[in-house]
Design a protein. Structure first.
Length: 64
């Protein structure tokens, strides 16, 4: 999996993921099952992009 994002985009996605994670415990009864599906899909996309970016950076560092 290749990350076609910049370090700034990865940082922004990580921050968005953190904010969503912090928000979830505060409003558990306000979410419908479809809300949970949408939120978990968003979290998966955000974390996957950040993980791919970090894996690419780590692989480049190993080559150096």
């Amino acid at each position: 999996m290749s990350a076609d994002i910049t370090i700034h985009q990865a940082a922004e996605k990580a921050q968005q993921l953190e904010l969503i994670s912090l928000m979830l415990p505060n409003y558990p009864r306000n979410f419908t099952p479809s809300d949970i599906v949408a939120i978990s899909s968003l979290m998966t996309e955000l974390s996957g992009d950040v993980a791919a970016f970090l894996n690419d950076v780590a692989a480049q560092e190993c080559k150096e």
